[in-house]
Design a protein. Structure first.
Length: 165
């Protein structure tokens, strides 16, 4: 369920946008709550049970999707979930996949880094933070398209550093 995009939204250029929505397996597992809710109410009224089960299933899936964090590069700002940083305070951008990403999410997980890691999403992007006042030395973000996110950050850095753009 990849939702990435680029274009113009609300009058500002979006260089990269991805919603880190849950995988199909997580959504399917959450939808199992619908029959459970229906079974609880079945002895009272079967029509009420079916209605409540359907509402519970739809509500849980909707909350999972709506509550998914967004990774975005727009107007010189990198946003990952609730955190955001000006592109001027970012440095080297590294993409990780496969065994490297697994190591970075596990034993190589830096305790002071800022993390936005989602299960079921293999790719990672590490962005070094150059702001001396920021306690996090870098950001670690899950993404389904690490090359596109890294390219968007580099493009924003180049645009930021090039006068007259």
């Amino acid at each position: 369920m990849q939702k990435t995009g680029s274009g113009v939204r609300g009058g500002s250029a979006v260089s990269y946008r991805e919603r880190l929505s849950p995988s199909l397996w997580v959504i399917t597992s959450a939808a199992v709550a619908a029959p459970m809710a229906a079974l609880v109410l079945a002895p009272i009224d079967t029509t009420l049970a079916l209605l409540a089960g359907a509402l519970v299933g739809v509500a849980i899936v909707a909350l999972l999707v709506a509550g998914s964090p967004v990774v975005e590069v727009r107007d010189g700002v990198l946003t990952a979930g609730r955190a955001h940083i000006d592109i001027g305070f970012t440095g080297e951008v590294t993409t990780l996949t496969g065994a490297e990403a697994q190591y970075a999410r596990g034993p190589g997980l830096h305790p002071r880094a800022w993390h936005l890691i989602r299960g079921g999403i293999d790719g990672l992007v590490l962005v070094t933070i150059t702001d001396p006042d920021d306690p996090a030395p870098f950001w670690v973000m899950s993404t389904r398209t690490p090359d596109r996110l890294a390219a968007a950050v580099r493009r924003a850095q180049a645009t930021r550093r090039t006068p007259g753009r």
